[in-house]
Write a protein that binds this ligand. Structure first.
Ligand code: FAD
Length: 497
């Protein structure tokens, strides 16, 4: 691990047995796991280069237990890392040696489906796809669709404000969550929003909680918007001799006022890896591939398809192929959705980045990545949520050959370039551990102090998911007054990791 985590508290480590016993009283039966071999399953999330056994794993199955566990941890100064399905790619669910790993997987029930109000109330451990499965018999679905949707939990989606191919038209998690129940580190149970469409209260607390990466509270119930499936959806594959032309085509489609249901881009290495893996029907003789999906009433879809094909031609497309049936549409998407595991077959390891840029900067960023491939002697495959400028470069490396640190530096340079061209460090995977130390690339000290004041309001002792998101811990009372004068750091005892 090249990113340092906070030093574990000896006081907590030395009281492990006492802590485990106390937690067993709160969560009886098999809800507390403390055997090393059983905790191994939880030592990592999707950022698999980072591993750490937790102090203990706790799997509550009701909100009362969550509340009492958090209250106990607060009173005893024990850090807590919330975990859903553990698919985070930024290390957000990475355990801490002196921390309780609070796993929400037993919260797996759909509580209420309200077709009249077009919403569903679910527990946070329900998978993203599980929501669609629960409502599809009436022609409904849940729109945000991360590629990990068969596994990732809706609680994790809220914590990361997750996105997917359909978010260009239908919005991210933040735009599809109507309400939550969450528990504070002090054990208070709080409800925000609900089935009604307008926010309650003066501040947009629901907006604040969405994307808070487990740093502000533990989500225990979720109300989401469900949508009626469109009458028709058709996808078109468009191949280009260069990524620049594909990028121009994306910009032209949006400039024409067309908002596709999804608009994804893959470069040559990603196209070949995906095609070899799932036989999606992708052309192999192109440098860049767009998958554009149009959805809505049939007449509208047919008309927009013609327009998109014309725009593609104007931008130098060499192949276009429109899906003729649902099976073919699903096959087009299967390749894109399997792009990460497909790349996993051509390289011993890969490191998935997640920067977002203004769309028009794509050619510049692609050229920059090409130069970085030479600089670091590593290859990179690219998949993009092209419509919203969210890049997922996959840096290919071999951990056994000692290439991890080089891959991380490559990834850091990509993200710095994204910020340099006016973009941001993360589109949908969160900051977590992975991008924590890059936060100063994007935020000034003042910006970060303001963000940490929000954290302090919810969790003054910094017990919820410490070591994630913020590169330094500040004692809340001292926030904003920490300056380095001639190299002498004030409050030298504050943990800097
Ligand atoms: C192959 C693959 C493809 C992916 N594709 C996408 C994609 O297309 N789009 C996308 O956005 N992401 C994608 N991801 C990333 C990941 O799936 C998402 O970030 C997802 O939302 C994480 O959900 P989870 O349940 O696995 O959360 P975890 O990994 O368990 O946790 C993620 C974060 O959420 C916090 N958390 C979890 N549950 C709760 C809760 N109940 N209350 C408070 N905090 C909580 C954790 O502390 C952690 O900080 C992909 C991951 C993989 C492995």
């Amino acid at each position: 691990m090249s990113i340092a985590m906070p030093k574990p508290s000896e006081a907590v480590l030395s009281r492990r047995e006492e802590i485990v016993s106390a937690l067993r009283v709160i969560v009886p039966g098999e809800g507390v796991v403390d055997a090393t071999n059983e905790m191994k399953a939880f030592e990592s999330d999707g950022l698999t280069a980072y591993r750490q056994l937790p102090l203990v794993v706790v799997l509550p199955d009701n909100v009362g237990q969550v509340s009492r566990v958090l209250k106990y941890c607060h009173e005893n100064d024990i850090p807590v890392v919330p975990r859903g399905a553990g698919t985070s790619l930024s290390g957000g669910a990475l355990p801490l040696e002196d921390g309780v790993l609070l796993v929400l997987s037993k919260f797996n029930k759909v509580l209420d489906i309200d077709f009249d109000n077009r919403c569903a109330v679910v527990q946070p451990g329900v998978t993203n796809l599980g929501i669609t499965k629960a409502v599809e018999h009436r022609g409904f679905y849940y729109a945000p669709d991360p590629s990990s949707q068969i596994a990732c939990s809706i609680g994790g989606n809220i914590a990361e404000n997750s996105g997917g191919v359909h978010c260009l038209k239908y919005g991210l998690t933040a735009n599809n969550v109507l309400g939550i129940e969450f528990v504070t580190i002090e054990g208070e149970i709080v409800r925000l929003g609900g089935k009604h469409l307008d926010a309650d209260g003066h501040y947009d607390m629901l907006g604040l909680m969405t994307g808070s990466e487990g740093l502000l509270g533990v989500v225990t119930e979720v109300t989401v918007r469900i949508l009626q499936a469109p009458e028709t959806a058709r996808a078109v594959l468009i191949g280009f001799p260069s990524s620049e032309q594909a990028g121009e085509c994306v910009a032209s489609i949006i400039a024409k006022g067309i908002i596709p249901g999804g608009m994804e881009m893959m470069d040559r290495p990603a196209i070949h890896a995906a095609e070899d893996f799932v036989n999606a029907g992708y052309p192999r003789d192109v440098e860049a591939l767009l998958i554009v999906e149009l959805d809505g009433p049939k007449a509208e879809v047919d008309h927009l398809l013609t327009e998109v094909e014309a725009i593609a031609g104007e931008n130098g497309a060499t192949t276009t192929r429109v899906s003729q049936n649902e099976e073919e549409r699903a096959a087009f998407w299967a390749g894109r959705k399997a792009a990460f595991p497909a790349v996993g077959r051509i390289s011993p390891d890969y490191y998935c980045m997640d920067g977002t840029i203004p769309r028009k900067e794509l050619p510049k960023v692609l050229a920059g990545m090409k130069a970085m491939e030479k600089k670091y002697g590593l290859k990179c495959a690219n998949v993009f949520h092209a419509g919203d400028g969210n890049l997922h470069p996959l840096v290919l490396y071999d951990a056994n050959a000692g290439e991890l640190e080089r891959a991380e530096e490559f990834g850091n340079d990509i993200l710095k370039l994204c910020v340099e061209v006016g973009g941001v460090l993360t589109g949908e995977h969160g900051v977590g551990v992975e991008k924590r130390d890059l936060m100063p690339e994007m935020f000034s000290e003042t910006d970060m102090n303001h963000q940490q004041r929000v954290k302090c309001t919810f969790d003054a002792k910094h017990l919820l998911n410490p070591g994630k998101v913020f590169p330094q811990l500040h004692r809340c009372a001292e926030l904003g007054r920490m300056h380095v004068h001639k190299g002498e750091v004030a409050f030298p005892d504050l943990p800097r990791f």
